[in-house]
Design a protein around this ligand. Structure first.
Ligand SMILES: Cc1ncc(COP(=O)(O)O)c(C=O)c1O
Length: 463
């Protein structure tokens, strides 16, 4: 069998069964009456800060399809914020969770061991693209894993300062919101925050922070770290870690310049600073490689994973070099971290990803990117179309020459796409993120492109 045929064969064997019906299919303009009624109940009792981008109330989901309470079927290009990596309710993941549920729900790994936790740590340690021996700590959420990595970096290096990037999202707990530099509202009125956290500019080439063009770029954005920060305010010998998303997620689905991460790593090594790669959003095969860092050939000291790792079950992981993951007994722990159900879901997910879904994400994603770039020819609202695999951002602009962001138009596109049966989410100031489950097919991609084409035409015509 040729290499191409064998990749297609392995992808076919891990794909979920086809959805038994037409999708997307809107039978009642959303939100329909049943959804509206639940939204009223939501408004009365749920913490009022949880206001979604549109009023979808879900009934069930399968593969690429989400059904609402009113019988509408949506094509899911949001995947629970890049979480449902193997599609909704993949039979292999559901089976793994069900079988574990019948044996044991919880016991707390801090005190009592079980094989699934150890198996998952073994698998993650084997797969993480890091040199040397590795160790793994499991927790419940992305933010919890980020907190873990920061504690570890401080304990290990005996240094306190942490550097992160503008546009980054690392969570909203009090510690992680200090590292997050996405929107001011996320930190408004909750200070004082964690001391000794500093931010510098990410390699956002469409909006270069140092105004370079591709032909004059030598990754001068890193000089904002070396010449400004290290030279004036932050002694590098006091920096414990640099925390970076290998591809920025919430900040706008931004793959950095090819040289940015390797040079950042070289800087870290020069100053004895740990490099932490937050792959919560960009990891787990979404970009066509298991770890996004693999695209850039870096060898971080710590990896952070969550979201896509268990197809929607709550779990996160910190993978660190053996010499880095050394701390005192009792210095860290978690009651629910790495619970048996989530570990089994993660093991099943990893088998599916490695069995063909990573290749599928790379292949379908490359085709999708090409088709979306084709839309740029007739849609001036599309300022930039970028991404790797199935992590694709559409940056919406008012004017291509000035690149003026168009957040209002972006909101309308996301909204109208929803009304036509396509689920997407915003990110950054003016970007739409496309992050479907990795079981997305070329036909699903074509449907999404066609809806976006219609919506862009409509919104451009309305002016
Ligand atoms: C890169 C990154 N890190 C950390 C987090 C926080 O994860 P969680 O919401 O599971 O706490 C997120 C969430 O969007 C993220 O995108």
């Amino acid at each position: 069998m040729s290499a191409k045929k064998s990749a297609e064969h392995s992808a076919a064997s891990v794909m979920p069964p086809p959805y038994p019906g037409e999708y997307p299919k809107i039978v009642v303009p959303p939100p329909g009456p049943k959804s509206k009624a639940w939204n009223v109940r939501d408004k009365a009792v749920v913490s009022q800060n949880l206001t979604p981008d549109y009023e979808l109330v879900t009934e069930r989901a399968s593969g690429m399809v989400v059904e609402d309470l009113d019988g509408n079927r949506y094509l899911d290009f949001a995947a629970g914020i890049s979480t449902v990596s193997t599609g909704h309710c993949h039979p292999a993941v559901v089976k793994a969770v069900q079988e574990q549920a019948e044996r044991m729900l919880h016991i707390c790994y801090t005190d009592f061991h079980y094989p699934a936790y150890i198996e998952l740590c073994e698998m993650l340690a084997e797969l993480a693209p890091m040199s040397g021996k590795k160790r793994v700590f499991l927790s419940n959420s992305g933010a919890e894993a980020v907190e873990t990595s920061i504690k570890l970096a401080r304990i290990r290096t005996g240094r306190s300062k942490i550097i992160a990037f503008y546009g980054a999202f690392h969570g909203r707990t009090l510690g992680t919101v200090t590292l997050t530099a996405s929107k001011p509202v996320q930190r408004l009125s909750c200070g004082p925050l964690l001391p000794d956290v500093f931010h510098t500019h990410y390699s956002y080439c469409y909006r270069c922070p140092v105004n370079r063009k591709p032909d004059s770029c030598d990754v001068q954005c890193l000089e904002l770290l070396t010449d400004s920060m290290f030279h004036h305010t932050v002694p590098p010998q006091e920096v414990a870690a640099v925390l970076v998303e290998p591809i920025q997620g919430e900040g706008g689905f931004i793959p950095p310049h090819a040289e940015f991460l390797p040079r950042l790593q070289a800087l870290c090594r020069e100053h004895g600073i740990l490099l932490i790669a937050d792959e919560v959003q960009c990891g787990m095969g979404r970009t066509g490689k298991l770890f996004a860092s693999e695209h850039y050939g870096i060898d971080p000291d710590i990896f952070i994973l969550a979201k896509g790792i268990a197809s929607g079950m709550p779990i996160s992981a910190v993978i660190a070099r053996d010499e880095v993951m050394k701390w005192n007994n009792g210095s860290h722990g978690s009651t629910f971290g790495g619970n048996p159900l989530s570990c089994q879901a993660a093991l099943a997910t990893l088998r599916l990803l490695r069995g063909g879904l990573i290749e599928n994400a790379g292949k379908v994603g490359a085709g999708l990117l090409k088709k979306l770039r084709g839309l740029m020819e007739r849609h001036p609202l599309l300022g930039d179309v970028r991404g790797l695999g199935l992590m694709i951002g559409l940056e919406i602009v008012r004017n291509r020459d000035t690149r003026a962001p168009a957040p209002a138009e972006r909101e309308r596109i996301v909204r109208r796409a929803f009304e036509r049966g396509l689920l997407t989410l915003p990110c950054g100031k003016s970007t739409i993120r496309l992050s479907p489950p990795l079981v997305c097919t070329d036909s699903d991609a074509d449907k999404a492109v066609s809806i976006l084409d219609e919506v862009l035409t409509e919104i451009e015509a309305a002016g």
